[in-house]
Design a binder for this molecule. Structure first.
Ligand SMILES: Cc1ncc(C[n+]2csc(CCOP(=O)(O)OP(=O)(O)O)c2C)c(N)n1
Ligand code: SF4
Ligand SMILES: [Mg+2]
Length: 277
């Protein structure tokens, strides 16, 4: 009781002496407008922010060309202070291949979802990785086609409720999920492959580190890199916004398990100093 009496209370009988800090104040330099129209609690803005922070930290801004797939994240394609190209569904890795071959000095990144990359364009990313194209693919995996209403995708985990699997994904009826990062890691052309998540502060920090490593892999010319990022989609999952991070941990993350699956630079004498936990 004594503690409660001494606790500082913010006075509300007069305007604050200093203005409050807006969310926009925390927006990294490479994101033009802090406000966006994605759902509250969506993980995609956190993932894109991490990518942009990594690009800035490695001083790659002037060289970076991002190729966007189509999904909710596409809302950011006209909100980034790097060059951006728009690809058709699933085709971003092929567009990125063309860009990189025409502009070998560019740092070329794709931004795609699980629906875009795994359901609609799986062959594109597999062939791009197998060829060892020196590009970086970022896959935002929320296990649903978020933008079109939360339908099941190729990464939806068994038991997961979606708009088209209201009783939960069932192996007999719907088949089993494709574990994209594991698949790509088996290809010789892939130099760096990792899976991470943005459902906690620690995981966001780890996500940033693996994105840095993927970009360093490309900058050193080592070959194809993929970062799969598990992102919250409370709207498509039919869960409360505040419960989405735990839902991610209990569902997607138990099947699409996190970690660095492949890191060519770790065994190369030219390895940069940044280490991945
Ligand atoms: C050829 C074609 N197929 C399907 C669609 C509809 N469509 C637009 S966005 C989208 C969902 C993409 O899902 P994902 O890549 O997982 O992104 P998310 O919305 O979950 O972030 C779909 C199916 C379309 N516009 N064109
Ligand atoms: S539907 Fe899902 S992926 Fe799309 S903005 Fe909303 S929370 Fe994000
Ligand atoms: Mg999706």
């Amino acid at each position: 009781m004594k503690e409660r009496e001494t606790r500082r209370v913010i006075p509300t009988d007069a305007p604050p002496t200093a203005p409050a800090r807006l969310v926009e104040d925390f927006t990294p330099d490479l994101i033009d407008v802090g406000a966006h129209h994605l759902c509250p609690g969506c993980g995609e803005p956190i993932a894109i922010r991490s990518v942009m922070e990594a690009v800035a930290e490695l001083d790659l801004v002037r060289r970076t060309i991002a190729v966007f797939g189509i999904g909710c994240y596409t809302a950011f394609s006209n909100n980034l202070d790097v060059e951006v190209l728009q690809a058709l569904h699933g085709r971003a890795p092929s567009v990125a291949t063309g860009v990189k071959r025409a502009r070998p000095d560019a740092i070329v990144i794709t931004v795609q979802g699980d629906g875009d990359m795994v359901s609609e364009g799986l062959q594109e990313v597999l062939h791009t990785a197998a060829r060892g194209e020196n590009v970086t693919c970022i896959m935002l995996n929320n296990g649903v086609f978020g933008e079109t209403g939360g339908h099941m995708t190729a990464t939806t985990v068994l038991g997961q409720r979606t708009k088209t699997s209201l009783e939960g994904r069932d192996a007999v009826t719907h088949g089993r999920p494709i574990l994209l990062a594991d698949l790509v890691a088996r290809l010789d052309g892939a130099a760096f492959v990792a899976r991470c998540a943005v459902n906690s502060a620690g995981n966001v920090a780890r996500t940033k580190k693996v994105i840095l490593r993927a970009l360093q892999t490309q900058a050193s010319g080592a070959g194809f890199s993929l970062v799969e990022i598990l992102t919250m989609c409370p709207t498509g999952w039919f869960v409360e916004t505040a419960e989405a991070p735990d839902y991610l941990a209990d569902s997607l993350a138990t099947v699409h398990t996190g970690g660095v699956l492949k890191d060519f630079l770790a065994t190369s004498p030219t390895s940069p100093s940044t280490t991945v936990p």
